[in-house]
Design a protein around this ligand. Structure first.
Ligand SMILES: *[C@@H]1O[C@H](CO)[C@@H](O)[C@H](O)[C@H]1NC(C)=O
Ligand SMILES: *[C@@H]1O[C@H](CO)[C@@H](O)[C@H](O)[C@H]1NC(C)=O
Length: 389
């Protein structure tokens, strides 16, 4: 009996333990289930947060894409602009550029030029407040193609007149007058022009139009300077230019024995004589009386020169360069002795023909009127003060 009682006790104990174990396990399972459902909840929350984040990211990426696209178009347009600026720079360089190897070349010529002893260094007697010199060519414009390969064109180099004059050819007696630059550019050939017939033919391209007068040369053994009144079509004055044995002043423009020029100070003659055959001489003339005020022998060679002009008492001579299609100011002579050859500006002119047949400075407009193989071209100059060099 005792044994049975023990057994029952043991069984009871065992089943009580079993129940406790089951209870324990159930609690654990519930806890685990709770935790799982918590995880589940959290995971769903995370998942939805992640989805939201992803959506945000996507829309931001889209925005970024759009911004990238705008940036790319902006860059493209900047690129095109850079291209254009580069092309313009290229163009300017070809017009006015300095290629080192050529410069060395040109410098050598210039040194030779300066070695030549200047004969006359007498300062120009007149006091003048004009002190500009060229710094560069700012712009170039081809205005028209009219007439033959050689000639001269110019506006009247005085304030009031807007008239344009054409001296076509190197041996003719009829000046064509246009009422304005507009008339000149829109005229079909010479159709809008008026003829001014001179009593004698001009020779070369050395003429100027100044204060309603044409000054031209008429050459035989001597150089005759003729002053012609445009208003009443009559010769006002004429004078023999007082030099012996003149020779063509530029070897590349042989038709022009003597060249005339107008600057801020008035009328100048650019010429050469047998006595000083290798160099160009310069004279200041009185535009009223045609008297010579002063003369200078410059150090600028005639050889390879094609044209010249005067600005503020400084003679600029333009030479053919070794580069085809280009000429260059390569010698300067300042009557006031303020600009030397070392300070000569690096000024290039493009050209089509063998040489510019004329280059005329207009002091009112600071423009050069050029005739190049029948093209009438304007060069706009930028200036600086001689003292700033
Ligand atoms: C200009 O001059 C050239 C050469 O002298 C001549 O052949 C041509 O016919 C002239 N043109 C005009 C429009 O006068
Ligand atoms: C033309 O005008 C100038 C002054 O403007 C005068 O000296 C000259 O005598 C005139 N000539 C003729 C032919 O009228």
């Amino acid at each position: 009996m005792r044994g049975l009682a023990v057994l029952v006790t043991l069984v009871c104990l065992a089943s009580a333990q079993h129940q406790a174990l089951i209870d324990y396990l159930e609690r654990r399972l519930l806890a685990i289930e709770d935790r799982i459902s918590l995880w589940h909840e959290q995971t769903t929350r995370y998942a939805s947060e992640l989805r939201e984040l992803k959506q945000q990211m996507v829309s931001q990426l889209e925005n970024l894409d759009k911004e990238k696209e705008t940036l790319r178009t902006n860059l493209d347009s900047v690129g095109t602009r850079v291209d254009r600026v580069e092309r313009e720079l290229d163009y300017l360089e070809t017009q006015n550029g300095a290629q080192p190897c050529v410069d060395v070349d040109d410098r050598l010529i210039e040194q030779q030029v300066t070695l030549v002893k200047e004969k006359q260094k007498a300062k120009y007697a007149k006091i003048s407040d004009c002190s500009d010199m060229i710094s560069s060519i700012k712009a170039m414009k081809i205005m028209k193609r009219l007439g033959g390969a050689k000639g001269m064109w110019s506006k009247d180099t005085s304030k009031s007149s807007g008239k344009v004059y054409i001296f076509n050819g190197t041996n003719d007696d009829t000046i064509r007058e246009f009422a304005s630059v507009q008339d000149f550019t829109r005229s079909l050939g010479m159709s809008l022009s008026t003829d001014l017939k001179l009593p004698s033919a001009w020779r070369g391209t050395g003429h100027v139009v100044y204060n309603n007068h044409a000054y031209y040369t008429n050459q035989a053994e001597e150089i005759m300077v003729v002053k012609y009144d445009m208003k009443n079509s009559s010769v006002t004055d004429s004078a023999v230019f007082p030099v012996q044995d003149p020779v063509p002043v530029y070897t590349l423009t042989p038709e022009t024995l003597m060249d005339l020029a107008v600057d801020e100070e008035g009328l100048w003659a650019i010429y050469a004589t047998k006595q000083n055959e290798r160099h160009i001489s310069l004279a200041k003339m009185d535009s009223n009386s045609l008297d010579i005020e002063q003369m200078w022998d410059t150090n600028c060679p005639r050889e390879n020169a094609e044209a010249a002009f005067v600005i503020c008492g400084t003679l600029y001579v333009v030479y053919n360069t070794k580069q085809p299609g280009r000429s260059r100011v390569q010698c300067v002579y300042d009557v006031n002795d303020m600009v030397s050859n070392e300070e000569a500006p690096l000024v290039y002119f493009p050209k089509r023909y063998g040489a510019h047949s004329s280059l005329k400075y207009n002091p009112q407009e600071q423009l050069l009127y050029a005739w190049d193989d029948g093209y009438q071209i304007l060069y706009k100059l930028s200036m600086k003060k001689k003292l700033d060099v």
